[in-house]
Design a protein around this ligand. Structure first.
Ligand code: AMP
Ligand code: ZN
Length: 480
């Protein structure tokens, strides 16, 4: 196998991937905040992380993969560039929908997990919920207090970025491109904080008599009733499952600005070790050339694309057609093209599967096969160059290697692509309900021996551009 290269946001360079303890690899991805539906934008990031996971496994690495589910502590101020201010997203959504924060978290987590499956994302070893790891988070705050990097003000316990820099000699905020993080250049809305860049690690619940509503999610701690700061969970849970130093941390590009620098500061603050070796960030998905935003009315979910008749895996195909660090612009036309490409891929594979015969590979064809395999591996190992990998697959189909080898190669490529190519059936084409009903009706008539009537239905179906094939296991529909 060729070496794997990854662009590390920390060094801003493409680096050779060398895990800390080969063949084992520890990998963590920041998951959803479950106060609302995950968008197709969120899934661009998760698909990029999943592709990386698959590439690592394809290369023989044994990966422990963790993804968190944020079900507390992510405040709305994050939208304004300040993650410590505003309302808790879970509690706000609960109020708006007349449900409890716990019900909100449960409902959106379930929907997320269903979408996750529809996109054929690999289940992590642990889906870790913030609310299941309160003790670990409290321990982390205590640890930071012990080393002198935490202090208390009226609304919570804060991380002291200046003490961290002085004592460790490390620079806070290296991942970020924001001046407010790198240089501390900002107007500070909270005058009690020692330094503008300090951030909350534990927030206090509003006290009785403050006039603010009582929180639904709150826990006892050595500092009083409260809840963890958003950045804390990822440090606590990743170190719990992967150790104080691990290999890869993924997320969307926005997280490099404050969330990930804060994770680094918290983790390295207590451990004194390098937290993560490779930081991998996916660039945001745009819709119709614009940022995705509720106010713009262009936020789509996996269910939205299904409602329009698309297969969720067409979305996965679309994401594979672009390099994860390039801006990708979603349009319904681009999704239609991807659906067509996926349909073509599936029908080619079905045809190959049917025409498979054991043939002896000539030397020349064997060499060609190896070349395709190597070209595919080189592409995906080169910072996940999936557009090139797809091109290799299409070239391979056009080549003169035997059908069975084409089929086998495509199925092995799918270990990385994740398009469920091994599970295709004729019914995976977007076939209308009417056609499916006609096929069912024809099968029933044939079983009853009414062949003439069945043939009339066949003619009717064929007029709509489909061809039927009667197999021992049932009728297959193909695009004519
Ligand atoms: P959130 O649910 O907001 O915490 O986001 C979950 C993940 O999705 C994070 O890694 C974000 O960086 C990522 N994300 C959010 N919006 C987009 C987008 N438009 N394109 C790609 N990734 C995104
Ligand atoms: Zn995180």
């Amino acid at each position: 196998m060729s070496d794997i290269y990854l662009t590390n946001t920390l060094s801003r360079k493409k680096e050779k991937f060398e895990p800390i303890n080969p063949p084992r690899v520890g990998m963590y991805t920041c998951g959803p905040t479950v106060y609302d539906f995950s968008t197709i934008g969120n899934f661009r990031t998760y698909i990029a992380a999943d592709t990386l996971l698959r590439v690592l496994k394809y290369n023989g690495f044994e990966v422990t993969y963790i993804m968190n589910i944020t079900d507390v502590g992510h405040l709305t101020g994050d939208n304004l560039g300040d993650a410590d201010l505003g309302e808790d997203r879970m509690e706000k959504s609960a109020q708006a929908q007349g449900k409890s924060a716990w019900e909100i978290a449960k409902y959106y987590t379930e929907v997320f997990l269903k979408d996750f499956e529809k996109l054929n994302l690999t289940k992590p070893n642990v889906f870790s919920k913030a609310t299941d790891h309160i003790k670990e988070q409290i321990d982390l705050v205590s640890g930071l207090e012990k080393v002198g990097f935490a202090y208390k003000i009226s609304d919570g316990i804060y991380f002291d970025t200046v003490a961290f820099e002085k004592k460790t000699g490390k620079k806070y905020g290296e991942l970020s491109t924001l001046d407010i993080i790198k240089e501390g250049a900002r107007v500070e809305p909270n005058p009690e904080k020692k330094n503008p860049r300090d951030f909350a690690i534990w927030k206090f619940s509003p006290s009785a008599g403050s006039g603010l509503p009582k929180r639904q999610m709150e826990w006892d701690s050595p500092w009083g009733l409260g809840f963890p700061g958003w950045h804390l969970e990822c440090s606590a849970m990743s170190m719990k499952y992967l150790g104080e130093s691990f290999d890869i941390h993924c997320g969307g590009e926005d997280l490099r600005q404050t969330h990930h620098p804060n994770e680094i500061a918290q983790s390295e603050g207590v451990s004194g070790k390098t937290f993560v070796k490779y930081w991998v960030h996916a660039t945001f998905l745009q819709v119709d050339g614009k940022r995705m935003g509720k106010s713009l009315g262009n936020v789509y979910t996996v269910s939205d694309i299904e409602r329009k008749g698309f297969d969720p895996l067409a979305l996965r195909y679309l994401y594979l057609t672009s390099y994860y660090r390039d801006t990708l612009n979603f349009t319904w036309e681009s999704l239609t093209s991807s659906q067509n490409a996926l349909n073509k891929l599936r029908s080619q594979l079905l045809a190959l599967r049917e025409s498979r015969k054991r043939t002896v590979l000539s030397r020349e064809k064997e060499k060609k096969m190896e070349e395709f395999r190597a070209a595919f591996t080189t592409a995906v190992n080169d910072d996940l160059n999936t557009p090139r990998a797809l091109a290799v697959m299409w070239d391979m189909f056009k080549s003169n290697i035997p059908a069975e080898d084409k089929y086998d190669l495509a199925i092995s490529f799918d270990d990385v692509l994740g398009l469920s190519l091994g599970r295709i059936s004729s019914f995976q084409f977007p076939i209308s309900k009417e056609i499916k009903e006609l096929v069912g009706e024809r099968e029933r008539l044939r079983k009853e021996g009414k062949f003439e009537e069945a043939d009339k239905i066949r003619v009717k179906i064929e007029k709509t551009g489909y061809a039927l094939e009667d197999q021992p296991e049932g009728t297959r529909i193909k695009k004519a």
